[in-house]
Design a protein around this ligand. Structure first.
Ligand code: PLP
Length: 279
């Protein structure tokens, strides 16, 4: 488990960070993450682009370029023996005495990278999900470090013997604790629109590309809990899950009624991962 913090490398377990890193008081930073195989990083450009967008949306001035970051990430990946890794990085708004307002602009941002062994999930397993009221704020489109509702929701899922938690704001399904969610109904793939209630998942974007390539119509409009429970298929997407179908939500059987379409999307997802990583 290798870590990087502002130029220093070490085992994550041994690394120390300054107490005044604004992440400690405010969670004042953004992150991104993806997986590697064969020491190659899945969808690197897209994850780095989103990372810079997240930082920009919070006015965090990043003290490195996209190119420098990609090189640092690849160097980290090369340093580790395990060919399959979870690769995570974050930037925080620098180190300064606690004060809500931003520190002076000349205070540099802090870059963190961490890597731990682990591959993507088995795409053919079936997920069990629970539903949880979405109590997050209205900046869910930014990949911030403020993840408490996500942590609580995932813990509830684990305690219920499930794989993921599906958030809903009232009747409207938004996304999951750390994935996006889509449904297939009558041959149409439906997924929540990109607004401030969901993260623009890179894998969600891939799923929409696969739909277009395979002439599967897409409807990016909000859907309800009823739509979810009655869907022909329920699909969870993230860099680590790629495209996993759910078979149960809150203990009730769901999906399983459009296996051909699901198979097309899963094959496309696997192919993309394999192409990106020469897996
Ligand atoms: N939604 C949330 C809240 C997430 O945390 C994540 C991944 O971390 C996703 C969706 C899926 O995003 P991606 O497909 O880019 O991994």
């Amino acid at each position: 488990n290798l870590g990087y913090y502002c130029g220093s490398y070490g085992l994550i377990e041994d690394m120390k960070i300054p107490m005044n890193d604004r992440v400690c008081y405010f969670g004042d930073g953004v992150y991104d993450a993806t997986y590697t195989a064969n020491h190659m990083i899945f969808a690197l450009d897209e994850h780095v682009d989103r990372f810079f967008r997240s930082a920009e949306q919070l006015n965090i001035s990043v003290s490195f370029s996209k190119c420098e970051l990609k090189k640092l990430l690849q160097d980290m990946v090369n340093k580790v023996d395990s060919p399959e890794q979870f690769l995570y990085w974050q930037v925080t708004r620098g180190t300064a005495i606690r004060n809500h307002a931003f520190p002076e602009p000349d205070i540099p941002s802090n870059l963190w990278i961490m890597i731990k062994p682990g591959g993507i999930k088995d795409i053919y397993q079936k997920f069990k999900l629970i539903t949880v009221e979405d109590t997050r704020f209205f900046h869910c489109n930014i990949k911030t470090l403020n993840l408490l509702p996500n942590v609580i929701a995932k813990q509830k899922a684990v305690e219920a013997g499930c794989d993921e938690a599906v958030f809903h704001r009232g009747d409207r399904v938004t996304e999951c604790a750390h994935s996006n969610i889509s449904i297939i109904n009558n041959g149409v793939l439906r997924t929540a629109p990109l607004d401030n209630l969901i993260l623009p998942g890179i894998t969600r974007g891939h799923l929409l590309d696969f739909c277009r390539e395979n002439k599967i119509p897409v409807d990016e409009s909000p859907f309800s809990l009823n739509d979810l429970m009655g869907a022909d298929e329920v699909i969870v997407t993230s860099a680590g899950a790629l495209c996993i179908a759910a078979s149960e939500i809150d203990g009730i059987s769901v999906g399983g009624k459009a296996p051909e379409l699901l198979n097309i999307l899963q094959q496309s997802a696997l192919k993309k991962f394999q192409q990106d990583t020469c897996y």
